[in-house]
Design a protein around this ligand. Structure first.
Ligand code: UD1
Ligand code: UDP
Length: 384
């Protein structure tokens, strides 16, 4: 009997980090033929992850262009994936989250009547402009998905409320926690010195910013708040791996490029970024993945967005929505730096997003879907 063929497709850094444990799980499962497609919507930032997790792709669409448009990624993915679908005749296509790669790959799978497994399904901000265009991408993808792998109960509830048709709705936890736990133990085994705390008298603020809806003035307001905090607090150091997007880089370098206590660096490989999260005093970010990782280290996250599709971090107190206006960002940074009780109230060691077993849960459900025995039969749904 022919083994079912699974295609796993992704294109950006965060998708790669979150799909890496699934690639490993399915490539180790001899019941399936598993093929990896990278669209390379990102190039350098994707390649960093592929190298760390030793992922050898079967197809590389090599799509990234400097200052690419949403249209060029969308049409490029559909065009190239349809050719691979015709060649491989897959039984299932795995997509992740909410990028343009995700949306375009789902549409292509749908056109060819291939069942879609959506990993990190069900996240909703209920605001189509925030984040843009991700809310549209994931909402439309969920409409045509067969197997919804929801990271949390809330995400599953969002899909139930939207009454989409589905073969399967299952709460798995987020695969990012699988990756994170693997990387932490990898660091402990291979680079333990990276986990040593920074100088006791230094407060490190780890920063990432990239969201499309914050380009220009909002990112500049956040950077100006950071600028004043650094100028007024000699014990504060900002570590800022700047996203490769030239629109983001122009704003960040012009606001912060001249300050000695601000390290503007290239995107870090995942090992070094995880070590920086562990060593940070606090994190300022608009990232989706960082919201899900920071609770593992109990680090307060100031989230420079107006809304989040990941309310679990806010509920457990470790993430705070601060928007992008100068006054609010400055005030929150100042309070966390100067008020111990304010800081301690945001420190928590529980991670509501996953327990490190998401990939195994997904594998079990996929095995059952194809009529195989589950590989780890005692695993139920993730319960947060
Ligand atoms: C994309 C995703 C966003 C995700 C983010 C993760 C969409 C619409 N956006 O946003 O959901 O949160 O990735 O980081 O899918 N670039 C490089 N090298 C790289 C990566 C990017 O030079 O390795 C530059 C290129 O000039 C590229 C630009 O960044 O054109 C924008 O990349 P793109 O993937 O379109 O958007 P992101 O803002 O990265
Ligand atoms: N990350 C990384 N190096 C960096 C910055 C972030 O490896 O310099 C990781 C981070 O730990 C998280 C992911 O990249 O897992 C988040 O990516 P990003 O913020 O670009 O995208 P989002 O999660 O917002 O879609």
């Amino acid at each position: 009997m022919k083994k079912p063929t699974l295609l796993i497709i992704f294109g950006t850094r965060p998708e790669a980090i979150k799909m890496a444990p699934l690639v490993q799980t399915f490539r180790n499962d001899s019941s399936f033929q598993t093929k990896v497609i990278i669209t390379a919507q990102h190039r350098e930032m994707l390649d960093q992850v592929l190298e760390l997790f030793s992922i050898q792709e079967d197809y590389d669409f090599n799509l990234m262009k400097e200052r690419q448009t949403l249209e060029s990624i969308t049409t490029g993915v559909i065009d190239k994936l349809s050719q691979v679908i015709l060649q491989e005749n897959p039984d299932m296509i795995f997509v992740h989250g909410d990028t343009t790669t995700t949306f375009a790959a789902s549409l292509s799978a749908f056109y060819h009547h291939i069942p879609i497994a959506h990993v990190e399904a069900g996240l909703r901000s209920y605001d189509m402009q925030n984040p843009f265009p991700e809310e549209m991408n994931r909402t439309l993808c969920d409409q045509i998905t067969s197997l919804h792998f929801c990271p949390t109960k809330q995400a599953k509830e969002n899909i139930v409320q939207s009454s989409v048709q589905s073969s399967l709705l299952y709460v798995t936890g987020n695969t990012v926690v699988d990756s994170l736990l693997w990387v932490v133990s990898h660091i402990q085994n291979t680079h333990p010195s990276l986990l040593e705390q920074s100088a006791a008298n230094e407060k490190r603020i780890l920063v990432t910013l990239h969201r499309r809806e914050s380009w220009g003035q909002p990112i500049e307001s956040v950077c100006n708040a950071l600028r004043d905090i650094v100028l007024q607090n000699s014990d504060v150091r900002v570590i800022f791996p700047v996203h490769k997007n030239p629109v983001v880089r122009e704003s960040v370098f012009s606001c912060l490029g001249d300050l000695a206590n601000v390290n503007l660096v290239e995107p870090m490989d995942y090992i070094h970024f995880v070590a920086e999260m562990k060593n940070a005093y606090l994190i300022l970010s608009d990232s989706g993945g960082v919201q899900e990782e920071a609770p593992t280290f109990g680090k307060p996250v100031l989230l420079t967005r107006s809304v989040t599709e990941r309310p679990e971090g806010i509920r457990c107190g470790v993430v705070k929505l601060v928007g992008t206006q100068y006054n609010n960002v400055y005030k929150e940074l100042h309070s966390l730096i100067h008020q111990t009780s304010y800081y301690q109230a945001m420190v928590t060691s529980e991670n509501p997003f996953g327990d490190g077993q998401a990939s195994q849960r997904i594998q079990n459900q996929v095995r059952q879907y194809f009529g195989f025995e589950p590989a780890h039969s005692c695993l139920g749904e993730f319960t947060q």
